[in-house]
Design a protein around this ligand. Structure first.
Ligand code: NAD
Ligand code: LMR
Length: 338
C-alpha cells in the first residue's frame, strides 16, 4: 500500500516508539484466526484497546484486507497482517499475548466435540509456532472444543519444553457474560450489576454456573435455578440454531474475548485484583484443567481460586461436569501424545 514520503530528519517515529513516551505501557498482541467471524470484530476491538501498541493479525485467508481496513482507524495500535504458515514466525516473534480463535464453528445438530477432528490439528500447529517463536507469551484459547484444545496446547508446550501453566488459558468469559445477562433479565436489573462465577469447562453440562454465589447476593426459586442453568449451559446452541448454519456466536464472543484479553493485559501491567473465570491448569479438583475464578498478574495466572461453598444442586452438577470434562481432557492429551 501507499507509504508516506520519508522525512529528511528520519521522522520522530523512527527515533523510538513515541507512543511509549506517554508512560502508558503498550503490549504486543497477535490474533491467530483474525479473518474469521470472531477474528474480525475481535481484531477491531483490540485495535481500540489503549493497552495495545502492536496488533498482529494472522490467518490462512484474507488478512491483507482486514489489516488494510483496520489500519485506517485512528487509534494507537499499529496493525500488521500475516498470511499463511510461512508468515507465522513474523506474526509471533515478540508477542506478549496470543489469542487463538482459529478453527471451524458448529452448525445446528453438532456438539463442540464434533469440531475436534478439524480444530485439534489447527490448535496443535499454531501452538507449535507459539512454543518456537514466543514461548513466554500468554495464550488465550478460544477454538473449540476448549475442554480438549487447552489440553492439546499444554501437551505441545510440554513436548517443546516450554510449558508454563500460568500462561495458558481457555477463554470461558462468554459463559459468564451469558450468566450475568440471563440472571439480570430474571431479576430485572442491569447486567453490569450482576456477577456469577461459572466453573467447570466450556460445553453443555461442563458449564456450571454457581447461582448460589451470585453477587449481589439474592435468592432464586428452584424453577429459576433450573431455567437459568439450562439457558446458560445451552447459550452457545441457542446462537448456533438461530444462525441456522451460518456459524456460532461471533459478536458476543469477540466482546467476551476482549474483556478477557484486556484483563490479561491489565494483569501484565501490574494492576491489582484482576479476577476473571478461565479454564486453566488447576488443583481445585482431581482433573488437570478446570475453570474457576483466577487472578491475573505480571506472571499470568497468579492465583487459582477454590470453588467456594456449593449447594446440593451444584454439587450434583459438579459430578456430572467432571465426568464429561475428564474424557474431553484425556482426548486432547492423547491426540498429541499418540
Ligand atoms: P470462522 O470459520 O468464522 O473463522 C475461523 C477462522 O480461522 C477463519 O478465518 C479461518 O481462515 C481461520 N483458520 C482456519 N485454519 C487456520 C489456521 N491453521 N491458522 C490460522 N487461521 C486459521 O469461525 P468463528 O466463528 O470465528 O469461530 C472460531 C472458533 O471459535 C470455532 O472453533 C468456534 O467453535 C470457537 N468459539 C469459541 C467460543 C468460546 O467461548 N470459547 C465462542 C464462540 C466460538
Ligand atoms: C459458544 O459458547 O457460543 C461457543 O462455544 C460456540 C458454540 O459452538 O456454541
Amino acid at each position: 500500500h501507499l507509504r508516506p514520503p520519508q522525512r529528511e530528519d528520519g521522522g520522530i517515529l523512527s527515533r523510538g516508539n513515541c507512543r511509549a513516551k506517554g508512560g502508558a505501557p503498550g503490549f504486543k498482541v497477535a490474533i491467530l484466526g483474525a479473518s474469521g467471524g470472531i477474528g474480525q470484530p475481535l481484531s477491531m476491538l483490540m485495535k481500540m484497546n489503549p493497552l495495545v501498541s502492536v496488533l498482529h493479525l494472522y490467518d490462512v485467508a484474507n488478512t491483507p484486507g482486514v489489516t488494510a481496513d483496520l489500519s485506517h482507524m485512528d487509534t494507537t495500535a499499529v496493525v500488521r497482517g500475516f498470511l499463511g504458515k510461512e508468515q507465522l514466525e513474523s506474526a509471533l516473534v515478540g508477542m506478549d499475548l496470543v489469542i487463538i480463535p482459529a478453527g471451524v464453528p458448529r452448525k445446528p445438530g453438532m456438539t463442540r466435540d464434533d469440531l475436534f477432528k478439524i480444530n485439534a490439528g489447527i490448535v496443535q500447529s499454531l501452538c507449535e509456532g507459539v512454543a518456537k517463536f514466543c514461548p513466554r507469551a500468554i495464550v488465550n484459547i478460544i477454538s473449540n472444543p476448549v475442554n480438549s484444545t487447552v489440553a492439546i496446547a499444554a501437551e505441545v508446550f510440554k513436548r517443546a519444553g516450554v510449558y508454563n501453566p500460568k500462561l495458558l488459558m481457555g477463554v470461558t468469559t462468554l459463559d459468564v457474560a451469558r450468566a450475568n445477562t440471563f440472571v439480570a433479565e430474571v431479576l430485572g436489573v442491569d447486567p453490569k450489576a450482576v456477577n456469577i462465577p461459572v466453573v467447570g469447562g466450556h460445553a453443555g453440562v461442563t458449564i456450571l454456573p454457581l447461582l448460589s454465589q451470585v453477587q449481589p447476593s439474592c435468592y432464586f426459586t428452584k424453577q429459576e435455578v433450573e431455567y437459568l442453568t439450562n439457558r446458560i449451559q445451552n447459550g452457545g446452541t441457542e446462537v448456533v440454531e438461530a444462525k441456522a448454519g451460518a456459524g456460532s456466536a461471533t459478536l458476543s464472543m469477540a466482546y467476551a474475548a476482549v474483556k478477557y484479553a484486556d484483563a490479561c493485559l491489565r494483569g501484565l501491567r501490574g494492576d491489582a485484583d484482576v479476577i476473571e473465570c478461565a479454564f486453566v491448569a488447576s488443583e481445585v479438583t482431581e482433573l488437570p484443567f478446570f475453570a474457576t475464578k483466577v487472578q491475573l498478574g505480571r506472571g499470568g495466572i497468579e492465583v487459582v481460586f477454590p470453588l467456594g461453598p456449593l449447594n446440593e444442586y451444584e454439587r450434583a452438577g459438579l459430578e456430572q461436569a467432571k465426568k464429561e470434562l475428564k474424557a474431553s481432557i484425556e482426548k486432547g492429551i492423547s491426540f498429541v501424545r499418540n
